[in-house]
Ligand binder design. Structure first.
Ligand SMILES: Nc1ncnc2c1ncn2[C@@H]1O[C@H](COP(=O)(O)OP(=O)(O)OP(=O)(O)O)[C@@H](O)[C@H]1O
Ligand SMILES: [Mg+2]
Length: 370
């Protein structure tokens, strides 16, 4: 059997198991106590408990009807699903083994059929496109009402920042149309890019980065349960490396524990450097040294071969840039350039072109000013 990831094993199952986030959790608890179900936005950086809180909140408020009345859809998973997969019929899926088809595959198969029927009823014979499919995926769960249900349903839209502005408008209409039957919890890293019309219809709850002492206390709890010894320096090192992301902290603890049952600061540092960070450092060094074409090849490898998200790569490059001994003036210029590229990646079609442009400009920025 696959060893269970500790961040899944220790995923909070009730409010008491949450670390930090006191004011948000206490707001959610009072909503449960008063049985108040509103549309909500949970926002904050990765690994801070947004998805876990959406689960615990929905379970607490829906009680026995949770299985029937709760659904969580990951917007990015749907958006990037291959059309060939989405098109599969229920019969096609039935031919596959249980572990070859996911709940999402089954749901999207129904969604595809419904979206095609809706187009047909408008006299259109073209197959549904990506955004029509996504809209139908949201609408389908929101609109179905089971006769025996007295309770309202909850639809969690995870990674909802992947919704375009026009899709947000469609979502706003769906929220209003099915407000008798369904409430939405939108999960997103930040509020920027969100339409004010959507924000104003939701209760907004913030999940800030976790504090160092909260991370350390949680790590020492897990270490005790897993029989590993973790000294102060080692847990400080994990807290520092994870930068407020508790999922990363727990993962780092688990990886470090593979070296033996005593974890030291050195062991943490050996394991904390990811391939992405290491490669990003090499890419930045090559670019600054003028070996642009090597840097470009490496970045293509990261995106096209290793499958890293271009924005993740940009973030790793930024993390490396801020550690370099630039003057404040140079750092200002370099970071403004990173912000510009970040914006272009979101707006543009070919993100590789924009990452390559960043690399090409790094040498100029740094030699001109050092
Ligand atoms: N506040 C927290 N209290 C306890 N555990 C937490 C907390 N935040 C994160 N974790 C741990 O990290 C894991 C990931 O948490 P979760 O999926 O809720 O993060 P998230 O905020 O939704 O992140 P992402 O934005 O990457 O989806 C959980 O399974 C749990 O082990
Ligand atoms: Mg999440």
């Amino acid at each position: 059997m696959e060893p269970l990831l500790w961040c899944i094993k220790y995923r909070p199952k009730n409010w008491d198991e949450f670390v930090g986030q006191e004011s948000t959790i206490s707001q959610l608890k009072s909503l449960v106590e008063s049985n108040t179900l509103q549309n909500m936005i949970f926002y904050g950086p990765t690994g801070t408990g947004k998805s876990a809180a959406a689960d615990v909140f929905s379970k607490s408020i829906l009680g026995d009807s949770f299985d029937a009345n709760f659904k969580s859809l990951n917007i990015r998973d749907i958006w990037f699903m291959s059309m060939t997969d989405a098109k599969r019929t229920v019969q096609d899926l039935a031919k596959l083994d249980r572990d070859e088809r996911s709940e999402l595959d089954e749901y999207m198969s129904v969604v595809y059929r419904e979206a095609t029927a809706a187009l047909k009823s408008k006299g259109r014979t073209s197959p549904p496109n990506r955004s029509q499919l996504l809209q139908e995926a949201i609408r389908l769960f929101a609109s179905t009402v089971t006769v025996t249900d007295e309770k309202i349903k909850i639809l969690v839209l995870d990674e909802a920042d992947a919704l375009s502005y026009s899709m947000q408008q469609a979502l706003r209409r769906t929220m209003e149309l099915y407000s008798n039957a369904c409430r939405f919890i939108l999960i997103t890293p930040s509020l920027s890019g969100w339409s004010p019309a959507v924000i104003s219809r939701c209760t907004v709850l913030k999940f800030p980065l976790l504090q160092t002492d909260e991370i350390i206390a949680h790590l020492s709890d897990i270490a005790k349960k897993e029989n590993v010894s973790l000294n102060n320096e080692a847990s400080m090192a994990i807290a520092r490396e994870s930068e407020g992301d508790l999922r990363r902290a727990i993962n780092l603890l688990q990886i470090a524990a593979t070296s033996g049952s005593t974890i030291t600061e050195d062991i943490v540092y050996i394991h904390s450097e990811t391939t992405l960070n290491r490669t990003a450092r090499e890419i930045v060094s090559l670019s600054i040294d003028g070996s642009y074409s090597d840097a470009r090849k490496m970045i293509r490898g990261l995106v096209a071969i290793d499958g890293y998200d271009p924005q993740e790569v940009l973030l790793a490059i930024k993390r490396d840039l801020v550690k370099r001994p630039f003057t404040p003036f140079t750092l200002d210029k370099v970071l403004s350039r990173v912000a510009e590229i970040d914006y272009r990646i979101i707006q543009g079609k070919n993100s590789f072109v924009h990452l390559a442009a960043l690399l090409a400009s790094l040498r100029n920025y740094t030699t001109e000013l050092t």
